[in-house]
Design a protein around this ligand. Structure first.
Ligand code: APR
Ligand code: PHB
Length: 388
């Protein structure tokens, strides 16, 4: 078998890349380790920057997103027991963000690809990439008990943080930046209406909490917990009372549909390319979810990669492929900064450094009262401009 672009991983990065290449007449094969049911039901974050929605529109995958997505013009910051509205649209010349579950976007892109009869293989085992430093890289895997191989011009490593593509790059060729945080998020999905029209990010003496949503009748709620938190110690009652203390009594309870713990880390691997292997999305970088940037960063990488591959396959040379990593990393680091900043500002640190604590309180107070500071938050939150 042969194709132009072999794509490892059918998350937002791999699926969007495949679709945008298809629009440009470039062939791709997508290989996914898990089952279709698994990737379609995996609950992840769900906030899209304005530019991410526009990108999905241009890619022709935003039909249901426009019907079911919830458009937000602002958010609420809550600290010292009081709410402070951040007018995202007013501060950014009318930009908005959209709430739409990541797995819904994934479902839409899978359905579109399969309906078009384009190659997307689920439940493939033992995926490995070979000869990545040559002009004829290869992917091998096992499927239905058989060994398979795919010759490619280029391989896109879209296989997330735990994938095989990044570890296939010689360690000496990569520089890794990694920061673990001393806390995690316990997240629930609940059949209950959102506590307010807009997201509420709360800083509380007990720890951070976030009230977000998936629809007008389903809430998504998070609370700061220990990195090794034992979920079985959290009865539904304990979760609701912790959330109400942090978010306020107006929070309505409902049946909990799902619960899980999300680790928090900041991670970047540089460069995002080795020979003919290009990393995109979580395969190259992870952000803590406080800034809601994971899926948005993946989409930004894909835009840059599509542009570079389009030029390459049109015979316009490798200059954009050579620039891929630096172009992506320029924006990645700005988004890392924002995600780290939101995270450290809003979480409780148990090592209790009284000086830092006071500085954080002062920063929040300054933020709430300064249009300049709020504008900085808003322009990062709705999404920094794309390079291409
Ligand atoms: N072979 C094939 N597929 C693999 C392999 C492998 N060896 N390892 C992992 N995968 C698949 C995973 O099962 C997953 O479906 O690659 C896909 C990677 O998808 P994501 O983890 O969703 O990563 P990405 O597409 O970069 O999207 C980034 O996902 O984790 C969130 O917060 C993150 O929102 C961000 C988004
Ligand atoms: C979500 O809706 O899951 C969500 C929203 C904003 C965040 C993180 C997660 O910062």
């Amino acid at each position: 078998m042969r194709t132009q672009v072999g794509i490892v991983g059918a998350g937002p990065a791999g699926l969007l890349l495949a679709q945008m290449l298809h629009q440009r007449g470039i062939d791709a094969v997508v290989l996914e380790a898990r089952s279709r049911a698994h990737v379609e039901s995996r609950i992840r974050a769900g906030l899209l920057e304005q530019g991410a929605v526009e990108t999905m529109d241009e890619a022709g995958v935003a039909g249901r997103l426009h019907r079911d997505g919830l458009v937000h013009h602002g958010l609420q910051l809550r600290f010292g027991g009081q709410g402070h509205r951040v007018d995202l649209s007013g501060l950014t010349g009318g930009k908005v963000v959209t709430i739409y579950g990541q797995q819904e976007a994934v479902k839409d892109m899978i359905a579109i690809r399969l309906a078009a009869g384009l190659p997307l293989h689920f439940e493939v085992d033992d995926v490995a990439v070979h000869d990545i430093a040559t002009a004829r890289p290869r992917i091998t895997w096992r499927q239905d008990g058989q060994d398979r191989a795919l010759d490619c011009d280029v391989i896109a490593g879209c296989d997330g943080f735990h994938g095989i593509c990044r570890p296939s790059i010689p360690p000496a060729a990569l520089t890794v930046f990694d920061r673990a945080y001393p806390f995690a998020w316990l997240g629930i999905l609940s059949r209950s209406p959102p506590m307010s029209e807009e997201l509420v990010y709360a800083r509380h003496a007990d720890g951070f909490a976030l009230a977000t949503m998936r629809s007008r009748s389903v809430s998504r709620l998070y609370l700061q917990c220990a990195p090794d938190e034992d979920l079985s110690a959290w009865s539904d009652d304990r979760i609701w009372s912790a959330l109400r203390r942090r978010l306020g009594d107006t929070l309505e309870e409902g049946p909990i549909l799902q619960k899980g713990v999300t680790a928090m880390r900041s991670f970047v691997a540089e460069p995002m390319r080795h020979g003919r292997l290009f990393l995109a999305g979580d395969a190259a970088h992870i952000v803590p979810p406080t800034g809601a940037k994971g899926m948005n960063l993946a989409i930004a990488d894909v835009r840059v990669l599509v542009c570079a591959l389009e030029a390459f396959f049109a015979g316009r040379g490798e200059a954009l492929m050579d620039a891929y990593s630096a172009t992506c990393l320029d924006r990645v680091w700005k988004v890392q900064r924002f995600s780290w900043w939101m995270t450290q500002l809003l979480h409780r640190y148990d090592d209790h450094d009284a000086f830092e604590e006071r500085v954080r309180m002062a920063e929040l107070d300054y933020l709430a009262g300064s249009t300049a500071a709020l504008t900085t938050l808003a322009e990062n939150y709705v999404g920094l401009p794309y390079a291409v």
